[in-house]
Design a protein around this ligand. Structure first.
Ligand SMILES: [Zn+2]
Ligand SMILES: [Zn+2]
Length: 331
């Protein structure tokens, strides 16, 4: 079998049901060959990543200084919160639970909406995001994990170094293009390929839409600029750091109610801020589950959205772990 044939037939282990995931996984040589090839991204990619991180932070500084001097209005706050909710859920419900784990099914309209909203969080295209995430699950907290906070030295210095690496340092050390071989299933969808290829357009929309709304609501250029800063730059900075906290904080601090082969943790603060993604030990125990907050008090905004969409008939085949599996995996 050639490499391309192998990648076409490869089914990432992360797509299996919770019950199946306990079976020995078929060794996928095609994928592993590419993962072992990990290397530093080219300078242009590192500069792009740096700008994508620094520009939103620069917006945060400018926005704070402006708010200190001239105050804030409900327009900026509403734009910031609504764009945070929409693009954050685009990542959690769309990129993560739909595209990466296929924890529910939906039609082309919802696929497009979730794909565009997730892309507007400016965390890479669908293909790039899903590749990296599936690689994380396959090698979680082991040598080939793209963003594990572990294995960076001992003591406080080692923990801090690991935290920085898992949070954002890995983006300058890992060549994202190489592991796109993780998405053979997504590559078979013309719609997802198009949505993924149009990533630069969604980034542009992510910045211009709040500016246009801010300008139209206030009928002023200042309103457009503040919409760009609060609904665009600052919102992107917050979505970035909350998402990255799942990689860093949720592999360092929190509880581990389920037995998993990694250091994943349930962290209630990230659980709330990241719309349910902070119940990360639950997620590593049952990766295909559409619900991450498995106990009634584990607030999971993304699952509430999926549950509501299912009631409306907009999504279906919502996957949940069987009760007996949850009991047997509990510590
Ligand atoms: Zn993880
Ligand atoms: Zn996941």
């Amino acid at each position: 079998m050639t490499t391309s044939e192998a990648t076409k037939t490869a089914v990432p282990a992360i797509l299996t049901t919770p019950a199946e995931s306990s079976k020995p996984q078929v060794h996928d040589q095609a994928i592993d060959d590419h993962v072992d090839d990990v290397e530093t991204p080219p300078l242009s990619q590192r500069i792009t990543n740096l700008l994508a991180i620094l520009l939103p932070l620069a917006g945060l500084v400018v926005g704070m200084v402006y708010a200190w001097g001239w105050g804030l209005t409900w327009v900026e706050l509403t734009l910031m919160l609504s764009m945070y909710m929409l693009t954050g859920l685009g990542v959690t419900v769309g990129f993560h639970r739909l595209f990466a784990h296929k924890s529910f099914s939906t039609g082309p309209v919802m696929t497009s909406i979730l794909g565009v909203l997730g892309s507007m969080s400016v965390e890479g295209s669908i293909h790039q995001w899903v590749s990296m995430h599936r690689c994380h699950h396959r090698h979680s907290d082991h040598e080939d994990d793209p963003h594990s906070p572990h294995g960076h030295g001992s003591g406080v210095k080692g923990v801090l170094k690991g935290f920085y690496y898992a949070h954002m340092g890995w983006m300058f050390r890992r060549k994202t293009g190489v592991i796109e071989q993780y998405v053979p299933d997504l590559r078979r969808s013309k719609l997802v390929n198009t949505l993924s290829a149009l990533f630069p357009l969604w980034v542009l929309l992510s910045l211009t839409l709040p500016a246009a709304i801010g300008g139209l609501v206030t009928m002023s250029w200042t309103g457009a600029l503040l919409g760009f800063i609060w609904g665009g730059l600052i919102r992107i900075a917050v979505v970035h750091h909350v998402t990255w906290s799942v990689n860093s904080i949720c592999h360092l601090w929190g509880t581990r109610p389920f037995r998993t082969k990694d250091e994943s943790r349930n962290n209630p603060i990230v659980g709330v801020l990241a719309f349910g993604e902070g119940w990360h030990n639950n997620h590593h125990a049952f990766p295909a589950s559409a619900r991450h907050g498995l106990r009634w008090w584990e607030f999971d905004m993304s699952y509430i959205v999926i549950w509501t969409l299912a009631r409306l008939g907009l999504v279906w085949n919502v996957r949940l772990p069987p009760k007996e599996r949850m009991v047997s995996k509990r510590r």
